[in-house]
Write a protein that binds this ligand. Structure first.
Ligand SMILES: [Zn+2]
Length: 134
């Protein structure tokens, strides 16, 4: 077990989150593509961890990957993200988790756009959005 700053019991997470958010973030479920809140959102702002509120992704790095999940080419801060090898479902993928609370966010792939070449494929249910107003 990693040593997360934000620790809650299973019961606490279950009461804080809605059922989809709970299954995705605490049990590494994947929401169905094109069903989440944010896959086609283009508003300007910051995407936070739905569990602990940590800022994870900025709309400036969001792009349309055509996959039905919100996709970003980099996190706001590499230190806010944890990567772990995932061998589930007969695939080898790199899982992306929140470094502060261990929430499952999604996966990262090496087929993203410049400048990073990375594609963070994230579940909408793992995110909260703060719109930037000027
Ligand atoms: Zn978190």
């Amino acid at each position: 077990m990693s040593d997360y700053k934000v620790k809650k019991t299973d019961e606490e997470w279950r009461s804080q989150l809605d059922p989809t958010q709970y299954q995705v973030t605490r049990h590494a479920a994947t929401e169905r593509p094109f069903t989440g809140k944010y896959w086609n959102q283009t508003a300007d702002g910051v995407y936070r961890c739905v569990c602990c509120g940590e800022p994870l992704f900025d709309s400036d790095t969001k792009f349309d990957a055509g996959c039905g999940w919100p996709s970003y080419f980099q996190p706001i801060d590499e230190g806010a993200i944890e990567r772990e090898m995932d061998h589930s479902h007969g695939m080898v993928r790199v899982e992306v988790k929140c470094r502060h609370c261990g929430a499952h966010l999604g996966h990262v792939f090496d087929d993203g756009p410049a400048p990073t070449g990375q594609r963070y494929c994230i579940n909408s249910a793992a995110l909260d959005f703060d719109e930037r107003k000027d």
